[in-house]
Design a protein around this ligand. Structure first.
Ligand SMILES: C[S@@+](CC[C@H](N)C(=O)[O-])C[C@H]1O[C@@H](n2cnc3c(N)ncnc32)[C@H](O)[C@@H]1O
Length: 276
């Protein structure tokens, strides 16, 4: 099996659309009444969810005229949110076919299918012309991609001059081995973390100028503490959440990730890059 197929197999659920439909019934909603806010706990698959997306977006100024690319869009939650926030066109690309299929259905449910287009494909070789996009985001994707200079060179190619590229990835902060499984990988073979310094170097090699990294460790730990206390109060997870995506292994993967963050091995990190 190719490396990218192994990554995509890791994320494939097999019956995700049905699982989300079942969960929205428990929320007391239907596909006609569901909103992007209701979907955020399941379709924003990165630490801090919607709050983290907002924090990233607040650092750039997308407008209604900007066509934005979401690299490794997953179910397209961030893509739909960007489009609803800025009233603009957003395109997402992801190698997990099931995420794209489910994401397209979710776009239709919330009536964003005219403005948000999701496509199956690799971020390392995107089916887009040079200088197509006015901005790009990438949330929690680089952990599965070894060739970061190649990835950033490809993103640079499809961006217009002046475009911002907002990165929010889990990065490596020490040389200690991680505890697996984690949400992005069952084992080490598909987890290719890099330090913020490595990201900054790879972005520079691709031609970007970048802000200093912003390590979001404290935000992440606070987010998980709040999530834990909400679950304690409610006596379990909410109908829609990351457990809907990851199934039975969800608690183990999330707990391992928290341990890895607490131990100082990893943290989510923001970098805002620009194609001058
Ligand atoms: C943790 S999920 C994050 C999804 C989404 N960005 C979000 O925040 O909700 C990682 C995503 O990266 C995608 N991915 C990993 N390697 C990729 C590649 N080479 N090209 C495109 N997508 C990739 C996976 O399929 C998965 O959907």
């Amino acid at each position: 099996m190719s490396y990218e197929n192994s990554v995509s197999e890791h994320y494939t659920h097999g019956g995700l659309l049905g699982a989300i439909r079942d969960s929205i019934v428990k929320l007391g909603k239907t596909i006609d009444t569901i909103t992007i806010d209701d979907l955020a706990p399941v379709d924003e698959f990165h630490i801090g969810g919607r709050r983290a997306t907002d924090h990233l977006l607040d650092q750039v100024n997308f407008s209604a005229d900007d066509h934005v690319l979401d690299v490794g869009c997953g179910l397209g939650g961030a893509a739909r949110y960007i489009s609803s926030k800025f009233n603009n066109q957003v395109t997402g690309i992801d190698i997990t076919q099931e995420y794209i299929d489910v994401g397209i259905a979710l776009c239709a449910w919330v009536e964003l299918d005219k403005r948000v287009s999701l496509q199956h494909g690799s971020a390392l070789s995107m089916p887009f012309e040079d200088e197509t996009f006015d901005g790009a985001v990438m949330l929690h994707v680089g952990m599965n991609i070894d060739d970061k200079p190649g990835l950033f060179t490809e993103v640079f190619r499809v961006l217009r001059p002046g475009a911002y590229f907002c990165v929010y990835d889990i990065m490596q902060l020490s040389n200690e081995d991680l505890i697996y499984p984690v949400p992005w990988a069952t084992q080490m073979s598909t987890s290719i973390l890099a330090t913020p310094h490595h990201y900054l170097q790879a972005l520079k090699t691709a031609g970007f100028s970048s802000s200093k990294e912003n390590i979001r460790r404290d935000f992440a730990l606070e987010f998980f503490r709040n999530m834990h206390s909400r679950m304690q109060t409610a006596g379990g997870p909410p109908p829609l959440g990351l457990h809907t995506l990851m199934g039975e292994s969800s608690a183990l993967k999330v707990n391992n990730m928290i341990h890895n963050i607490e131990a100082g091995r990893i943290a989510p990190v923001e970098i805002i890059a620009r194609k001058e």
